[in-house]
Write a protein that binds this ligand. Structure first.
Ligand code: OSB
Ligand code: MG
Length: 384
């Protein structure tokens, strides 16, 4: 049997000299509410790695509370400090791709792992003077953007927000839903905009007992319903998908490429949302992408209210060929008065982001602003 020839590429060995972990605080321009709660301000962990004279940045997308996932800001810090950073500092790496194997002994903590792995990819791209999107294997020169609009105090406020985002050019509107804020608001949206591309995200707000209720979503011509059932459940989504017409998209339940394969084989969803933090970094995100190509199912890039660092990484990932649907990758100014990157992420009037050819993400970290927002900081070096 002919085996694929291994590809021998000239490798630059990377030596990670130091890793700096920071917590920054950034108030959101507008609160964001999902079925599990409301957030006004973000506590974001940033990682920077120094390797051979270049600096790479990564963002930990864990939330302020263990509601979206078991990981949260306070679990990520000691996990990086005591377990993950030492694993990177003790030896040389060929590439960001090597991080996942180094971290394998540590179970879970994918958002903490992704912050480090992505910082190494970022450093590698800068070291090789390549755009990160090319290093990741992307092809798209522009990417399509959607928005995720949280639960508001009143349906009228939601309609106002949708109007603003449509006027800005966004190509898909996603609203958060939960029992009591779902069919009633969909009625109002569709009465005003019969044809816009519209999705809903339940963040696990329903159970399979509510299948009759969930079937009523079919009347609204939705692009998808995201994560209707339990965050850790795939098989019961397959049961639900058989009972409803609207395409299910899984977010929380897909933690790795095996989950994606299982979900697509069992018919648990017809679309997958990839969040690079949720799955542990760029290498696992690429594997999930490749699984969806084999199943001919589209993916899109999810968001976690990231600062410019994570946003830049989401943009690079979205250039992979199978990111065929608009992502939750939207402009910096929707979240922040001032983002920590230069330039800020801007979305064109046609709802697209143009991809830069500059080395790295094409967005420079504004280190003086990061310092201003920093509330704690610690640097780790080999042997210390
Ligand atoms: O489920 O996609 C989600 C934000 C925090 C936690 C979970 C989710 C979200 C979003 C926001 O929908 C997307 C964005 O960054 O705009
Ligand atoms: Mg979601």
């Amino acid at each position: 049997i002919a085996k694929a020839m291994p590809r021998y590429e000239p490798q630059l060995i990377m030596k990670i000299e130091s890793i700096t972990l920071r917590e920054i605080h950034m108030p959101l321009v507008h609160f964001f509410e999902t079925s599990f709660g409301r957030v006004y301000s973000r506590r974001i962990l940033l990682v920077s790695v120094e390797a051979d004279g270049v600096r790479g940045w990564g963002e930990c997308v864990a939330g302020e509370d263990p509601y979206y996932s078991p990981e949260w800001t306070e679990t990520a810090w000691p996990t990086i400090k005591h377990y993950l950073a030492p694993l990177l500092l003790q030896s040389e790496l060929d590439s960001g791709r090597d991080c996942a194997a180094r971290f394998a002994r540590v179970r879970g903590h994918r958002m903490a792992k992704a912050a480090l792995e992505n910082a190494v990819w970022d450093a590698e791209a800068r070291q090789k003077q390549l755009p990160l999107w090319k290093l990741l294997g992307g092809t798209r020169r522009e990417i399509a953007c959607g928005v995720s609009i949280g639960i508001q105090d009143t349906p009228e406020q939601l309609l106002q927000k949708i109007e603003t985002e449509l006027a800005a050019g966004y190509r898909r509107i996603k609203i958060k839903v939960k029992p009591g804020w779902d069919l009633n608001v969909l009625e109002k949206i569709r009465a005003r905009w019969a044809d816009i591309v519209l999705s809903v995200d339940a963040n696990s707000a329903y159970t399979l007992d509510e299948v009759e209720h969930l079937r009523k979503f079919d009347a609204f011509n939705l692009l998808m319903i995201e994560q209707p059932l339990w965050n850790d459940e795939i098989y019961l989504h397959a049961r639900l998908q058989k009972a409803i017409q609207t395409a299910i998209c899984l977010d929380e339940s897909i933690l790795n490429a095996r989950d994606a394969d299982f979900a697509l084989e069992t018919g648990a969803c017809r679309i997958i949302n990839i969040k690079v933090g949720r799955v542990g970094g760029f290498s696992e995100a690429k594997k999930i992408h490749d699984v969806t190509v084999r199943h001919n199912v589209p993916v899109w890039c999810g968001g976690m209210l990231e600062s410019g660092v994570g946003r830049g990484h989401n943009i690079a990932l979205s250039t992979l060929e199978n990111f065929r649907l608009p992502g939750d990758v939207s402009a910096s100014k929707r979240y922040w008065k001032e983002d920590i990157i230069d330039p800020e992420v801007e979305v064109r009037a046609d709802g697209m982001i143009a991809i830069s050819d500059a080395p790295g993400t094409g967005y420079q970290v504004r280190e003086e602003l990061v310092r201003k927002f920093t509330v704690r900081e610690e640097t780790f070096r080999a042997g210390k």
